[in-house]
Design a protein around this ligand. Structure first.
Ligand code: HAM
Length: 426
């Protein structure tokens, strides 16, 4: 049993680290609730076919990165690599997509077999939002504004919003024909990886990070020039509305995203502070996905944020735990029972109450209360148990004792008044 370790690319999140995680999650979820977006929870394990059909066979995610296995019933199962395909499936299966106009969010672990590095794991966490049944340009802008404001609420600065349009299926077919011709002609100027993609997923070549390929692509045909007038107008309108909201953007004609379901708007939010894994949020419109998966023709748009990357970017102030309001020091058989009862009563006031269960000496318990920077302490020993009264002491911010009061265990009115005046005021 000596060498039992977690798998490469997965991490344990220990209590001290989780303070920041919980603060970040709370801020994000509050912002989603303010926008009246509802939570959806789908299974982590799905049929493999869902992702093959939803994300696309030629994508890196499906062809190289999925955790796929046969279960005991010989069914091919996959740990979800993302959330959009599952949300689409859940809506179709539960009949919701016959009356769409849903704004949904989800949060949880995703799995991709990638090379782990800072900000990239094999089990990572996403917070995703999907607007189902919305086709207006305004919904594209609303979803970007939502992502932008969520990141703003976390105090993350110096972010870049990159946008592009991928047009509709027809636009892309037109482009692909001429792009493929160009690729064949210029194959030798591309890196090996891009050469392999010509047959499998040519659009993804636009996203290559290879310097030589990037240079060569400068002379390639531009997708934008193959868009129908309607698609072009949609994109121009989209940019105008972003400008109206004063959300700064950069146009990146090579932004194609790694999943096959996108149409029209595609976007990413990146941070220079993250090194090579710079994208904190990625998303776009996927008007054909739900129909392709067997549902009705339902336009939709969404995004997902990588929580590990948000944690790296969020400030230290989110690393601070909530202070204990009351620390209960107690010793002796009757005293310990009374202390437990009192802790339950106090928690009904929404206070953070820590009951010392160590049975250690009073001085050791005092030291622990000090370490917690508790705003107040209650002391219950044999004397307090006999007299049916306990002592509560309040401290100021520098840890000096402010005042002390003796309260009877039965006197809820005096207790409530003390709490209101000293712990809940302001
Ligand atoms: P994605 O771009 O594949 O999009 O992932 C979204 C975000 O998840 C990335 O921007 C990144 O922050 C984070 N992420 C992805 N892979 C990893 C990893 N291996 N380790 C850590 N973080 C990672 C999607 O997944 C789409 N479902 C987004 C979407 C929703 N589009 C429409 N609706």
């Amino acid at each position: 049993m000596n060498n039992l370790k977690n798998l490469r690319g997965t991490v344990d999140l220990l209590p001290a680290q989780l303070i920041k995680w919980q603060n970040v999650e709370k801020i994000l979820v509050e912002q989603l609730e303010r926008a009246s977006i509802k939570e959806i929870r789908t299974p982590i394990l799905e049929m493999t076919e869902l992702f093959i059909r939803g994300i696309g066979e030629g994508t890196d995610v499906v062809s190289k990165e999925m955790y796929t296995f046969l279960d005991r019933g010989e069914r091919s199962c996959t740990l979800r690599p993302e959330g959009t395909a599952s949300v689409a499936r859940a809506l179709i299966q539960n009949g919701i997509s016959s009356n769409p106009l849903e704004k949904l969010w989800y949060m949880g672990p995703m799995f991709r077999y990638e090379r782990p590095q800072a900000g990239r794991q094999r089990q990572f966490h996403q917070l995703g939002v999907e607007f189902i049944g919305y086709d207006s340009v305004r919904s594209d802008v609303e979803i970007i504004a939502l992502a932008w404001d969520m990141l703003g609420k976390l105090g993350i600065k110096e972010l870049n919003l990159e946008i592009n349009t991928l047009g509709d299926e027809n636009d892309r077919l037109n482009f692909q024909e001429s792009f493929l011709r160009w690729l064949e002609k210029n194959k030798s100027s591309l890196d090996l990886d891009s050469q392999k993609r010509i047959a499998k997923n040519p659009l993804r070549i636009l996203d290559s990070k290879d310097i030589q390929t990037k240079k060569a692509l400068e002379n390639a045909p531009r997708l934008f020039n193959f868009l129908s007038e309607k698609s072009q107008k949609r994109y121009i309108d989209f940019k105008k509305q972003l400008e109206f909201l004063k959300i700064p953007y950069l146009e990146n004609f090579n932004l194609v995203r790694g999943l096959d379901y996108y149409t029209h708007t595609a976007f990413e939010i990146t941070s220079g502070a993250l090194g090579s894994q710079a994208t904190v949020c990625g998303g776009g419109r996927y008007d054909n996905l739900i129909q392709q998966m067997g549902g009705r023709n339902t336009p939709a748009i969404g995004f997902a944020m990588g929580l590990e990357r948000l944690i790296l970017l969020a400030g230290k102030e989110l690393d601070v735990p909530r202070n204990t309001d009351i620390y209960i020091i107690n010793q002796g058989d009757v005293a310990e029972s009374l202390a437990m009862n009192l802790s339950r009563k106090l928690r009904n006031y929404d206070l953070l109450v820590e009951l010392d269960l160590s049975g250690a000496s009073f001085s050791k318990q005092f030291k622990k209360a000090n370490k917690r920077k508790s705003k107040s302490i209650i002391i219950i020993g044999d004397d307090e148990a006999t007299n049916r009264k306990f002592v509560i002491r309040l401290f100021d911010q520098s840890g000096n004792e402010n005042k002390e009061e003796v309260i009877s265990f039965e006197d809820d009115i005096v207790l409530e008044k003390w709490i209101n005046n000293n712990l809940l005021a302001n």
